[in-house]
Design a protein around this ligand. Structure first.
Ligand SMILES: [Zn+2]
Length: 462
């Protein structure tokens, strides 16, 4: 069994029992963390000198529409209505299965490069069995730990609609690709819910997901769409449970947060995207009030980067802004500041693992868990001197500071470079795939692509 000893790091375990370890070591045996502590015996292990590096658990991005990776940066200036037209009306239906594959491989490599060892692929462009096979293959070929959240076809996402979910294909995928839940890539179901389809279809989707033993995620409370009390509606049918993760939650009611807490659900906040597109205020404090500790996600690279450092900072700043503004109106100061850097790092790691149902495997640097580890190199002008390792990670680090990434004990990034990827060849493939897709769409790639908001398009036939 391969053994690797990471030597002399500042180890932020995110495990409350283990805490932070100065000049700490991590022993990896096979796919697992065998020991964490000081002055561990190396024996025959390969030793990695991690002096001046900070070790953290790999980040967990709990909600990314990875298939949109080919649309990167197309829409930072798009409204939510324009986004919906660009992604759904124009692009989604034009994707080939190979486009889905290339996009997912790109998004998964990007995640690994950015220290995300687990990616929840909220996959909602499965327009045929071959499209679903394409996105799954993209995740599997990358070497990342991923949850494939099967989330309907493009045509099933135009609201409102009553197209039933294609459960025959979801069952096929379960059988063909995910007969076991032990692989590096596992399966869940990403449903539309009452904001995008009927309550009857929602009920069938939730009950069938449970029938095939898959966890469930759902968008709720994003902007105006979220004011329809989606959780109250689902609770009326007795559908809520601890196997559900609720994405966004910006505009749901207080009683709906109480319902999530009472039924043991988990949550995912996409702070930067939600503030940009108008989903609502960051809901972290409303969650904490009822005892829910959220996870963090990046959502869509059409609009914001898949950068967990940026997402952590956006959540911290956005949450504090709300509290400061209220205090300013009341002519008082805020003491103490709400949320800490350590809270937010925990959201990005351990709470992400919980939301994926994977906290028995990842999310903390705990002996017995899988070795999903990120090393951040503090040999950078922007990181010295290190006066608080947790704050250095959350508030001052960027993807370029990531030295190494391990997934299940396998090195996926070392010395700042992704391993096993021929970047020039992969870039040629990505560019050619993008060129063909945008040509079919008649969409320019020079920044001049402006689309109409979806509201104006709703009477068109698709
Ligand atoms: Zn989403």
């Amino acid at each position: 069994m391969a053994r690797t000893l990471i030597r002399n790091a500042t180890v932020i375990t995110v495990d409350p029992k283990l805490g932070d370890i100065t000049r700490g070591d991590i022993l990896i045996e096979g796919s697992k963390i065998a020991a964490v502590g000081q002055n561990l015996e190396a024996g025959s292990a390969e030793v990695i000198d991690a002096t001046n590096k900070i070790a953290i658990p790999g980040f967990v991005d709990t909600h990314r529409h990875t298939w949109e990776s080919l649309l990167r940066a197309a829409g930072p200036d798009w409204s939510l209505g324009q986004y919906f037209t660009g992604v759904r009306v124009v692009m989604g239906g034009l994707y080939t299965p190979e486009d889905n594959y290339v996009a997912n491989l790109l998004g998964a490599y990007e995640a690994l490069d950015g220290g995300m060892t687990t990616l929840y692929d909220w996959s909602h462009n499965n327009n045929s069995p071959e499209h679903a096979d394409g996105v799954i293959r993209g995740l599997q070929d990358s070497g990342i730990r991923a949850v494939f959240g099967y989330g309907n076809a493009n045509a099933e996402w135009f609201p409102p609609n009553e197209i039933p979910t294609d459960w025959a294909d979801i069952r096929r995928v379960r059988k063909e690709h995910f007969a076991s839940d032990d692989g590096l890539v596992t399966m869940a179901v990403a449903i539309r819910g009452p904001q995008f389809t009927t309550l009857d279809i929602t009920e069938k989707d939730i009950r069938t997901a449970r029938d095939i033993g898959a966890r469930i995620t759902i968008h709720v409370g994003d902007g105006l769409w979220g004011l329809s009390k989606p959780l109250v509606q689902m609770d009326g049918r007795g559908l809520l449970g601890s196997d559900m993760t609720y994405v966004h939650c910006n505009t749901i009611g207080d009683e709906e947060f109480a319902l999530i807490a009472a039924t043991g659900g988990t949550t995912s906040i996409s702070p930067e995207l939600e503030m940009q597109m108008g989903h609502g205020l960051p809901p972290a404090l409303r969650m904490l009030e009822v005892g829910i500790r959220p996870s963090i996600s990046t959502d869509v690279v059409t609009t914001v980067p898949a950068d967990m450092f940026g997402a952590m900072r956006a959540l911290l700043a956005g949450t504090r802004l709300m509290v400061h503004m209220k205090a300013l109106e009341e002519k008082r100061m805020v003491e103490p500041l709400p949320l800490s850097s350590r809270d937010v790092l925990e959201f990005a790691t351990l709470q992400g693992a919980r939301a994926c149902g994977l906290d028995h495997k990842t999310g903390t640097l705990t002996p017995g868990k899988e070795a999903d580890i990120v090393l951040i190199d503090t040999n950078a002008m922007s990181l010295i001197p290190v006066n608080s390792p947790v704050s250095a990670v959350v508030e001052f680090s960027h993807i370029g500071n990531i030295d190494s990434v391990f997934v299940a004990g396998e090195a996926r990034k070392r010395n700042g470079k992704l391993l096993g990827v021929d970047f020039p060849a992969f870039r040629r493939k990505v560019d050619a795939t993008r060129d063909a897709l945008f040509e079919r769409a008649g969409a320019p790639t020079d920044g001049s692509w402006v689309v109409k908001p979806y509201q104006e398009e709703k009477n068109l036939q698709f």
